[in-house]
Design a protein around this ligand. Structure first.
Ligand code: AGP
Length: 617
């Protein structure tokens, strides 16, 4: 996915556009650029491959002056990261500039037509083709009003393309005027005082305004410094709602932390609290999730549950599967969203589907939701980003209330997703066989989670020492059983995505079925083994690794000092009921991967090849 900002107002656009890109760099950071109109009927563009600092350096020697502009930070889809492929892209005349988040699937056909008409392209991107299409439509138009002419050109061009887009467009003939449109990629209008904004994510503009319009698919908007109009692709006025952004600019900043990822790891006592705040019902020894929009009868009639997600969200879903089946005895299965959308699984009318997504924009998860809905199923969302596409299009659901998660590696969203799934399992269980006593015990334990997480976070320096001890490891194994098999998968994903070493997660008993061939003195095995129903089995597996000289890092419950005899390193977590243990056990894994990656000089907030949310296929 990419980051887009547009600004029109009285201030100099370039500093606002660049500052907005800094806040959006987590969305993609292969290259960046800006285009500014200075009112003298020309557009100045500046763009550079690599990190944002390269663009800032260019602007310091070649400033772009004007109070209307657009900017972009890129995660490459078509064409390698390069100056030429960086956005904004210009049309043939050089008077129309465009930034785009998404994929134009039929760009090659359109490009072929334009080449025959003599168009010359400077890049390999699909976006430049769209810019030329709009420019050609603008130049051929008989409309005399340049604002209407640009709006018509954008609308007509978008009707010719297939794919996904969030775009911001400007033209030298109409300084102080921007056009935006979206289909499949988010776009937000920020309403300021004497200035207005376009952005792919509110975090880019929240320091300027908290009044936001989250555009819907097929919305087209045009803005000046003191006005805006929202239409649909047929040119009719489109309904919109002005929302208040629920977080402050500070929440989207690193504060005193060196990285967003570390800040978000340390926010988990609060974010977990936010996930269950107002949702625990003591007198019923149960939980409430108001956003589900299901009656008690409908909840009781559920006979099967499907949980869909990608990456970390799918790991949270797997923990949810164990929790729901353990507490509510409802058959539950997890589907990787990209598989679900093509697998055409049989779902009956008493199946309830959930999609889980931090960003609420992941294209595969969005497609899985739409596929379930297409077949008449109610699909609920467990989402962090308010007013995101999944949040808006799902048939109800629950927000995580974690606050913005900027680090590419998901951390607080995982523990909040698991917390919400625990509430769902408790709610469903207490409608079936779960006793009052067990329900009350779970409520107590859920309330105690934030303090227990705090206690684990105090070990960050100790965990950093362990990371340094294995800094040269070429790979790492993560092993867990039952509720902590998904935790092992999550620990492996954290490690590989920010430190770039090979790391894999396994159900611990699978070690004997091939995985143990990977055990060697240079490859540490991380055992997630709280003192639970399978603890002794994990001890046996740990012994098998040690018998082959494999180093072992064990994560276990305080008091299990017997492990110090056999494991090379032991990290203790507080006692907690088995089904909630992944919420605690994952914290040491987050810290281990963070410190390991930092020590290896990796950019933990912007790991190579990745972006925070995958909004393109
Ligand atoms: C996890 O650390 C990764 N950033 C990635 O696997 C992520 O969980 C996945 O892309 C899903 O994102 P979502 O929760 O925003 O849908």
């Amino acid at each position: 996915m990419c980051g887009i900002i547009g600004y029109v107002g009285k201030a100099s656009a370039a500093p606002i556009l660049v500052e907005g890109l800094r806040r959006l760099e987590y969305r993609g950071y292969d290259s960046s650029g800006i285009a500014v109109s200075n009112g003298s009927s020309s557009i100045e563009t500046r763009k550079k491959s690599g990190r944002l600092v390269n663009l800032k350096t260019l602007l310091s020697t070649e400033p772009a002056v004007g109070n209307c502009g657009i900017s972009h930070t890129r995660w490459a889809t078509h064409g390698e990261p390069s100056d030429a492929n960086a956005h904004p892209h210009l049309d043939q005349s050089g008077r129309l500039a465009l930034v785009h988040n998404g994929v134009i699937e039929n760009y090659q056909i359109i490009k072929g037509r334009l080449l025959k008409q003599g168009h010359v392209f400077q890049s390999q991107t699909d976006t430049e083709v769209l810019a030329h299409l709009m420019g050609r439509s603008y130049d051929a138009s008989t409309e005399t009003d340049p604002q209407k002419r640009l709006v018509k050109a954008v609308r007509e061009s978008l009707k010719q393309v297939t794919g996904t887009y969030g775009v911001a467009v400007m033209h030298a003939d109409v300084p102080g005027f921007l056009v935006g449109a979206r289909l499949g990629s988010p776009l937000v209008v920020g309403l300021g005082k004497g200035e207005n904004f376009l952005a792919s994510d509110v975090s880019a503009i929240v320091s300027h305004t908290t009044n936001a319009i989250y555009l819907q698919d097929r919305d087209l908007v045009y803005i000046t410094e003191d006005d805006f109009t929202v239409e649909n692709f047929d040119g009719d006025e489109s309904a919109y709602e002005v929302s208040q952004v629920e977080f402050t600019a500070e929440a989207a900043e690193k504060g005193d932390y060196p990285h967003y990822m570390l800040k978000e790891i340390f926010e988990q006592p609060t974010s977990i609290q936010n996930a269950f705040r107002g949702r625990l019902i003591d007198d019923q020894a149960s939980a409430i999730l108001g956003g589900l929009g299901l009656t008690p009868r409908e909840l009781r009639d559920i006979e099967r549950i499907v949980l869909c997600g990608c990456g970390t969200a799918s790991h949270a879903a797997m923990v949810g599967e164990y929790m729901i089946e353990h507490l509510a005895r409802i058959p539950t299965e997890v589907e990787i969203a990209s598989e679900f959308r093509y697998r055409n699984p049989p779902l009956d009318k008493n199946t309830l589907a959930f999609v889980i997504s931090q960003s609420g924009e992941t294209i595969d998860t969005l497609a899985a939701m739409r596929e379930g809905q297409r077949k008449g199923h109610r699909v609920l969302g467990i989402v962090n980003s308010v007013a995101s596409t999944i949040a808006r299009e799902s048939d109800g659901g629950s927000y995580l209330h974690s606050g913005p998660e900027i680090g590419v590696a998901a951390t607080k969203s995982f523990t909040s997703q698991v917390t919400v799934l625990a509430l769902l399992a408790l709610l469903l269980g207490r409608m079936r066989h779960l006793s009052v006593d067990y329900g009350q015990r779970l409520l107590k334990e859920i309330r105690e989670l934030p303090a227990k997480v705090e206690k684990i976070l105090e070990q960050t320096d100790y965990i950093r020492e362990i990371a340094l001890k294995y800094i040269d490891a070429p790979g790492m194994l993560f092993l867990g059983r039952q509720f902590n098999y998904p935790t092992a998968l999550e620990g492996a994903l954290k490690m590989k995505e920010i430190s770039y070493i090979f790391a894999s997660g396994h159900a611990a008993a699978e070690l004997k079925h091939g995985v143990i061939a990977l055990v060697s003195e240079s490859v540490p095995s991380v055992f997630i083994m709280p003192r639970d129903s399978v603890y002794d089995k994990n001890v046996s597996t740990l012994e098998e690794v040690k018998a082959r000289k494999g180093p072992v890092i064990a994560i276990t419950t305080e008091g299990s000092t017997d492990l110090e005899r056999i494991a090379d390193d032991v990290i203790y977590i507080p006692e907690v009921t088995e089904c909630l243990s992944p919420i605690l056990a994952v914290i040491p894994l987050q810290l281990l991967s963070y410190h390991f990656a930092v020590a290896r000089g990796c950019d933990v907030d912007k790991p190579r090849n990745l972006a925070k949310s995958v909004t393109v296929e």
